[in-house]
Ligand binder design. Sequence first.
Ligand code: FPP
Length: 258
Amino acid sequence: MLNKMNPWKKDQNPSGLRERVLQIKEHEVPSHIAIIMDGNGRWAKKRALPRVAGHHEGMKVVRKITRLANELGVNTLTVYAFSTENWKRPKMEVDFLMKLPEEFLGTFLPELIEENVRVEMIGYMDKLPEHTQKAVGKAMEETKDNTGLTLNFALNYGSRAEILDGVRQVLKDVKSGIMSENDLTEEAFSSYLMTKDFKDPDLLIRTSGEIRLSNFMLWQLAYTEFWFTDVLWPDFNEEHFVEAIEAFQGRQRRFGGV
Ligand code: FPP
């Protein structure tokens, strides 16, 4: 067993987190939680550190939240780790971000396997550097039969591009007769998206005080509950995650009904 911090030990559980977790489990736990992990750069700047130090700290938070999500019985946790627009950042930062999946999986894959977590990815994989593809591909392969939480990395993901690719494929399929125009329901179109194997998110969390979607899962978030916090991603912890789920459980979802 690797050396891990145990948030349930009494001195590490100052606000009754354990009790709140048990309470949450008594009610409907969101099946799919998506997170826009924002604020790494600002976290680093506040400490006079390079931006990449914020990304590195943010990577460790992914592990903490994955562990708790799995324990809560969440089915899918999608984390927005790199967008199709993030290539515009300085090369040094992009290179660093592209090495993070390797470092994360190099360190934590044995734990993820032990905890029955399945690793998945959405995004344009073939445009990632080979070393990133290799690390993610290996993790996906080694965890493909796991039945616990699915940890889904959105890597080089962009929702508008995804939707356009879906439309292009529909047009091709209609032209070749695989699909008829009348069969193009919302459900059928969802199966043309990268998220075809996942339920739409029930809860979206965005950190760092920004209130926007930044080209993330625009189709899939149609009926999702949103929860925003000013906390910067590297400072996000189990308590914040629990707070978001408690807020979710206090909401009434009507899906357009009354
Ligand atoms: C946005 O913060 C964050 C990102 C573009 C990268 C998010 C990546 C991680 C948290 C690490 C991912 C972990 C793994 C395991 C791959 P920002 O840099 O835009 O922050 P700012 O708005 O404060 O500048």
